[in-house]
Write a protein that binds this ligand. Structure first.
Ligand code: ATP
Length: 241
């Protein structure tokens, strides 16, 4: 099995003459928690949209789960989970209905959906919320459910674009426990966040500035290299020139 779940070579994405991703090259290893950091507008979501097959690249070569995102997008989609920045479940459906809907989209059988739905709600201790509309649940609960739904079809890699935005510290901690547990099963996590304490939890982090990756390594190695005590200090030091 390929060690790298993501391979990006000389990725360029332009919007007209504006270069949103400027010649990116990096790999993400299987089972890794990879933090994809950068200031607002640095180009992170643009890259994620390319990696999940939602947006075409201008030039370069990108493979995810061993498949080329340009030529084999359908193969890629079967093997990935994606939780986008804006809330990714339907607010006017219940927790259970959302699980059924996504299970169907992911091509699971009725039986698989039923089994996974029960074990998912049980694991999250959400059984009593099964029939509640998603719109009536607090943001932290919705995010945990959205993450679990993104894992419903056992993807090799999950892309989480600012999964904990607007979530309280306690729930953020619980969310990260779910991320660790998922990684321990061999699933790769590709996470963007503006919370630098979360960046410290990643195996490796990449820092993007104006469309370019300006640093990529383990948090401890980067802190040593840039002589900073925290990832937050590191980020402030290098994320804007
Ligand atoms: P944030 O942390 O705020 O989510 P980001 O790092 O994810 O930011 P992107 O959303 O990737 O940043 O945006 C990178 C740049 O590309 C921004 O300047 C944005 O305005 C621009 N951009 C993104 N999508 C488009 C588009 N469809 N057309 C034109 N410009 C775009």
């Amino acid at each position: 099995m390929n060690e790298n779940v993501v391979e990006v070579e000389n990725l360029v994405k332009k919007f007209g003459s504006f270069i949103a991703n400027d010649n990116l090259s990096f790999e993400v290893k299987r089972g890794e928690i990879f933090g994809f950091l950068g200031a607002n507008g640095a180009g992170k979501t643009t890259t994620i949209r390319i990696l999940v097959g939602l947006s075409p690249l201008t030039s370069g070569k990108v493979s995810v789960a061993g498949f080329d995102v340009t030529k084999q997008a359908e193969q890629v989609k079967k093997r990935i989970g994606y939780m986008c920045q804006k809330f990714s479940l339907y607010e006017d459906l219940t927790a259970e209905e959302n699980i059924r809907l996504y299970g169907g989209i992911y091509g699971l059988s009725k039986r698989e959906i039923l089994q996974r739905s029960d074990s998912l709600l049980n694991r999250l201790k959400f059984e009593q919320y099964r029939k509640r509309l998603i719109g009536d649940l607090p943001p932290g609960m919705r995010q945990k459910l959205a993450f679990s739904v993104a894992l419903l079809h056992n993807p090799e890699i999950v892309f989480l674009d600012e999964p904990t935005g607007g979530v309280d510290p306690f729930t953020r901690r619980q969310f990260w426990e779910m991320i660790y547990e998922t990684a321990s099963k061999g699933v790769t996590l590709f996470v963007t966040t503006h919370y630098m304490d979360e960046a410290e939890y990643c195996d490796r982090i990449s820092i993007m500035d104006e469309g370019k990756i300006v640093a990529l390594d383990t948090p401890s190695e980067l802190k040593k290299r840039y002589k900073t005590k925290t990832v937050e200090d590191l980020f402030v030091k290098i994320a804007r020139g």
